[in-house]
Design a protein around this ligand. Structure first.
Ligand code: SF4
Ligand code: SF4
Length: 301
């Protein structure tokens, strides 16, 4: 399953960043595909990006809401909110585990054999809800200038994916931009370096602590159409699922946790009792698991 997931991650990254003419154009792609919203966090201003970032689009909708209501431009923002709502309702946080380019980058960094690997302090996981509510929704909507326009707070002050995928490449493509660098850029560069360094020693620290996209999708994990479920009478509470989980959770103790990115490693690599199943609308989609006689006895006990 892991090779398949890695392949899907790479394909998704290439599809959402498939504008390979940027070294010649020296600018971002602005063709017709740019009205399509990518399912995962992927900076709009990345020179190779072919799609719109949903978190950026929500902020754009809210920061100019009063102006947009007058011009009718709010339709695009509404479409974005509607489409990520549908994605979340259908498949919860599976996008984070299978399609997000920044998730892939963090996973590759974590594979580097450097430093002592460690888990995040649990309370930090709540910061992503703070980011979603304040930096994505309330600040862009409420903190406006004299013309009623707000700022895209998350993109402007935090997003390390934006700095890595857009800020730095654009500075390389357009050297004249370097003269405009100020405190704002260095603040974001610092965030980016923190998350890159942190990803080497901790699995997916940005997803666990800060990503508003993950916070949003995670809200649907318990109720989504496609989800992972526990077959309780098969679970022996052996704890094997916790040992492979990139999000640091034990599946059987927190079924439907908003932290789960549905990578399915617990189901495929760890649980030997067939206690974890992928379901769609309540119907199992997992292949019937072969359980040894010894494990059957253990399960029955
Ligand atoms: S690996 Fe399977 S049997 Fe063991 S605790 Fe996790 S869900 Fe239960
Ligand atoms: S609980 Fe299972 S599916 Fe969810 S993130 Fe952990 S290993 Fe992946």
């Amino acid at each position: 399953m892991e090779p398949l997931r890695r392949l899907v991650q790479v394909i998704a990254t290439l599809v959402t960043n498939g504008y390979f003419l940027f070294p010649q154009s020296k600018n971002i792609y602005q063709g017709p595909l740019k009205i399509v919203c990518s399912p995962g966090l992927n900076c709009y201003s990345c020179p190779a990006s072919t799609t719109y970032c949903p978190i950026g689009a929500i902020q754009q909708l809210l920061l100019g809401l009063r102006f947009s209501l007058e011009t009718g431009a709010y339709y695009f923002g509404s479409y974005v909110v509607g489409s990520i709502g549908l994605i979340g309702a259908f498949s919860g946080r599976i996008t984070c585990g299978w399609l997000c380019p920044f998730g892939l980058i963090q996973e590759l960094l974590y594979k580097l054999p450097l430093g002592k690997k460690r888990e995040v302090v649990y309370p930090l996981r709540y910061v992503k809800y703070f980011m979603l509510v304040l930096f994505v929704f309330l600040f862009p909507l409420l903190l406006t200038n004299e013309w009623g326009m707000g700022k895209p707070w998350f993109c402007k002050y935090v997003c390390p994916a934006g700095t890595l995928e857009a800020g730095i490449p654009m500075l390389l493509l357009q050297p004249e931009l370097r003269a405009t660098l100020g405190l704002l850029f260095y603040n974001k560069l610092l965030w980016m370096l923190v998350f890159i360094g942190w990803s080497v020693v901790t699995s997916r620290p940005f997803c666990k602590t800060t990503c508003p996209m993950g916070a949003f999708y995670g809200l649907f994990n318990k109720i989504s159409v496609v989800k992972l479920e526990l077959v309780e009478d098969r679970c022996t509470e052996c704890g094997a699922c916790a040992k492979v989980c990139p999000m640091g959770i034990q599946f059987n103790e927190v079924v439907g946790s908003p932290e789960c990115i549905m990578c399915m490693r617990c189901m495929k690599e760890a649980c030997e009792f067939g206690a974890i199943q992928l379901t769609c609308g309540g119907h199992s989609m997992s292949a019937p698991q072969r359980i040894s006689r010894k494990k059957q006895i253990l399960t029955e006990e």
